[in-house]
Design a protein around this ligand. Sequence first.
Ligand code: TA6
Length: 321
Amino acid sequence: MQRIPLLISLLSLVLLATTAWPAAPAIALPPSARLETGSGSLERLVIAARDGEAHVYLHGAHVTHFKPRHSGPVLWVSKNSSFVGGSPGKPIRGGVPVVFPWFADNLPKKGDPGHGLARLFPWTLTSCTELPDHRVCAVLELRSDGRTRPLFPHEFHLKLTITVGSELEMELTAANTGSSPFTCEEALHTYFAVGDARQVSVSGLEGAPYIDKVDSYRRKTGEAGALRITAETDRIYAANRAAVSIADPVLKRTITVEKTGSQSTVVWNPWIRKGEALLDLAGQQWPWMLCVETANVGTDAVTLAPGASHTLTARIHIRAL
Ligand code: TA6
């Protein structure tokens, strides 16, 4: 009769080992990176490099945190954000949403999700390595399949390469893996953390033409001086490859975004009314965020022939004021 308790104990140990033991990552991780369960029980990669740290949710390959060692958090995430996975799940409000294959409400058909599908699906972490200069580089990938085809009837392969150190580098490569060409819009829709959007100055876009989404998409010319946020601001600067800087007197720093492979820059702050209308942004949070997005949208959309690919990159760095 003594055997039964022993058998139960052994079975309990086996059960504990299989359920409590974290699922082994499919890939080897350097000591400066680990996978853990984040908000909404979604899996996230936590990177603690020598010169900076970051969090990347596998859901949407969504960077939600970047902090250089000598500055505060650079990205803003809403206190009300959803963290709901699935295929598709829900978008995370803040950080760096990956926008593909359409931008905003430029929907293929009524009811399709704003800003495309990439931010709504689970990506696969395919590599994570520490470089000789102590930066950490992670690669996440999303391939078209039966879940994406109802939304976008083309074969594609997306790869997001995230390199973390004192700067944050993101490289988004979109490849056409099918037999017919397609045109896509894309963006790294970055939400920057600012001390007060009403006090920042945005430089690099002086005198540049833009589309004003807040004024019936009218085509306008940017101010001669730095852009200030004094109302709802939603601008698409087309054919623009300039680096953009956000001078923040409250946080006493300047954030600069340099880019390659991107012809569009989008600047967005919802201001009071829209800021409260977006339930996952509400709660008077709008002064603490400003989007400067690295994109190819509208007339800058990208057409990929079968087998072709396109890469856009954003490099974010900070300078103390
Ligand atoms: O990039 C600016 C924008 O297109 C705004 O018009 C606003 O809709 C914002 O994106 C947020 O979009 P989302 O679908 O994330 O609520």
